[in-house]
Ligand binder design. Structure first.
Ligand SMILES: CC(C)(COP(=O)(O)OP(=O)(O)OC[C@H]1O[C@@H](n2cnc3c(N)ncnc32)[C@H](O)[C@@H]1OP(=O)(O)O)[C@@H](O)C(=O)NCCC(=O)NCCS
Length: 181
């Protein structure tokens, strides 16, 4: 997938060094519920075992195709936000040097479009942990609507219970008569 400034492509083990560079930062993973990476080997294992979802993508700048973050639609069985086939959860993070350029709204908008138009989703969920204003703002920019809050137990990744605020976006299905009105 391509956006104005970005390429979204599958992760490969060759991305391990870049992943480690950004994922060792304590300001990145914990905000999203996972601990900072401790080695390139750990990053390689994450690429192999975690970033292997059908709709998990590395975010790259067009100029160099280097992975700088991830965006994913977590499908049925890989999210606890829903157990429906036609619903999924959007997740994302970006390396700190790239924050504040509107990259995540740009990347996520492309994946949301794919979710609704190509994957047949009717509702896409997205959450942020209490206090994560940057992520709240991304969801607001994308047009997510607040739905409910719940206590999320982050074990075994992080031994914390946090309040998660869940929002959703619903596909607008236009009836033919509305279009011709
Ligand atoms: C949340 C995140 C993906 C945002 O990505 P992004 O591409 O920087 O998003 P935007 O450029 O649209 O910035 C969103 C908001 O973050 C804040 N922000 C951006 N850069 C910032 C910086 N360097 N320092 C502090 N706040 C910053 C601003 O409030 C901004 O809103 P604005 O554009 O109205 O000013 C990124 O901050 C991140 O990866 N954070 C850590 C992991 C995480 O929280 N993941 C989401 C889990 S739910």
């Amino acid at each position: 997938m391509e956006t104005k400034r970005l390429i979204l492509r599958k992760w490969t083990e060759e991305d391990a060094e870049n992943l480690y560079k950004y994922a060792k930062d304590p300001d990145v993973g914990p905000a999203a519920g996972w601990p900072p990476h401790k080695s390139i080997e750990e990053s390689r294992a994450v690429i192999r075992d975690v970033f292997n979802g059908a709709e998990c993508y590395a975010i790259c700048e067009k100029e160099n195709n280097q992975a700088i973050g991830a965006v994913e639609l977590k499908l049925k069985g890989h999210t606890d936000m829903t157990d429906r086939e036609d619903e999924c959860e959007l997740g994302y993070w970006l390396g700190k040097p790239f924050w504040g350029r509107g990259y995540m709204p740009e990347a996520a908008a492309a994946l949301l479009q794919r979710g609704f138009e190509e994957l047949g989703m009717t509702t896409i969920w997205c959450g942020y942990y209490d206090g994560n204003q940057k992520s709240r703002r991304v969801q607001e920019k994308l047009g997510f609507q607040y739905d409910h809050s719940f206590e999320a137990d982050l074990a075994p990744l992080i031994h914390e219970v946090r309040v998660c605020h869940a929002s959703k976006m619903t596909k607008v299905i236009r009836k033919m008569e509305d279009i011709h009105a």
